[in-house]
Design a protein around this ligand. Structure first.
Ligand code: OGA
Ligand code: MN
Length: 290
């Protein structure tokens, strides 16, 4: 892991945006290749601030992928285009319906619930990159909840109770919990449930976090109802306001976040059927939660 001198002097201007998380970075031009010093400093800044908003970018998809690849191995998104090509690519997050119109009921809306990306996979995401391309005049914020703070704030009895528990996460639970169309038999086969510890140790900082969210289904070895209740209790605890940073997007933002210590969700706090909200997304794959 990259190391930075103790004085924390970054080779860019960085301002913390809130107590729980978030820093903005100004004065970088990511259309140019990142040098090693800047890259290492960005990785440290991400570990310290959990969410980075790099301001004033205007990146092509290739430029965004180049930045993404500096943080690790890009996640493959099953991507179908006219040529049938697949592979790690920038894809689009938007509020459009099947006809391409802005909508209150866009094609996917799972992101409106607190989650950590791809926790229903054996190896979930490390960092997600969202680059604002079209924004509503205001709103459409993204919220981030700090799971280090949430863990620390649990009382000792609860810490003890959950210390060795593991939860099932699944695509099926995601569909059910978000009110999306139920998972098909095919989807259930391709994405069977996985089990992860509820208390996750961050692989780079060594600190403990709560690892639950809208993709969690039940607790291993526990009566189903009891497990669901405990997961709900942890979800409510973990997303209290004092743990949350709300990102208000500015045109040109490239936001990078660390899924290993955060929950996040998008807010529908704008006229979704009037304004387009379009972001380019890329992801770096993480490690098996421990
Ligand atoms: C995501 C996500 C939130 C947003 O891309 O993983 O949850 O603000 N997006 O669009
Ligand atoms: Mn997400």
């Amino acid at each position: 892991m990259a190391e930075l001198a103790h004085d924390h002097s970054y080779p860019f201007a960085l301002n913390r945006l809130s107590k729980p998380a978030g820093a903005e970075i100004c004065g970088l031009d990511l259309t140019k290749p990142l040098d090693d010093v800047t890259r290492d400093a960005l990785i440290i800044a991400l570990l310290e601030n959990h969410v980075l908003a790099i301001r004033d970018q205007d990146l092509t998809s290739d430029q965004q992928m180049a930045v993404t690849a500096c943080f690790g191995k890009p996640e493959t998104h099953v991507f179908h285009d006219a040529t049938g090509s697949k592979g790690p690519k920038v894809h689009t997050v938007n509020n459009l319906d099947r006809d391409g119109k802005p909508s209150r009921r866009p094609m996917t809306f799972g992101s409106f619930f607190w989650h950590t990306d791809k926790s229903y996979h054996e190896i979930p995401s490390f960092a997600t990159f969202l680059h604002a391309r079209e924004l509503p005049p205001e709103g459409g914020d993204t919220e981030f909840a700090n799971m280090y703070l949430a863990y620390d704030a649990l009382d000792n009895e609860m810490k003890e109770k959950i210390s060795d528990l593991r939860a099932f996460h699944s695509w099926e639970a995601n569909r059910r919990n978000t009110g999306n169309d139920p998972a098909t038999e095919e989807e259930k086969k391709v994405r069977p449930p996985v089990v992860h510890p509820i208390v996750r140790t961050h692989p780079d900082t060594g600190l403990k976090t709560i690892y639950v969210g809208i993709h969690t289904d039940s607790i291993e070895g526990m009566d189903r109802e009891e497990g669901v209740d405990l997961l709900k209790q942890l979800y409510r605890h973990a997303t209290q306001r004092q743990f949350v940073y709300t990102h208000q997007w500015k045109p040109g933002d490239l936001v990078i976040w660390d899924n290993r210590c955060l929950l996040h969700r998008v807010l529908g706090n704008y006229e979704m059927d009037k304004h387009r909200r379009i972001l380019h997304r890329s992801v770096v794959i993480g490690t098996k939660p421990e």
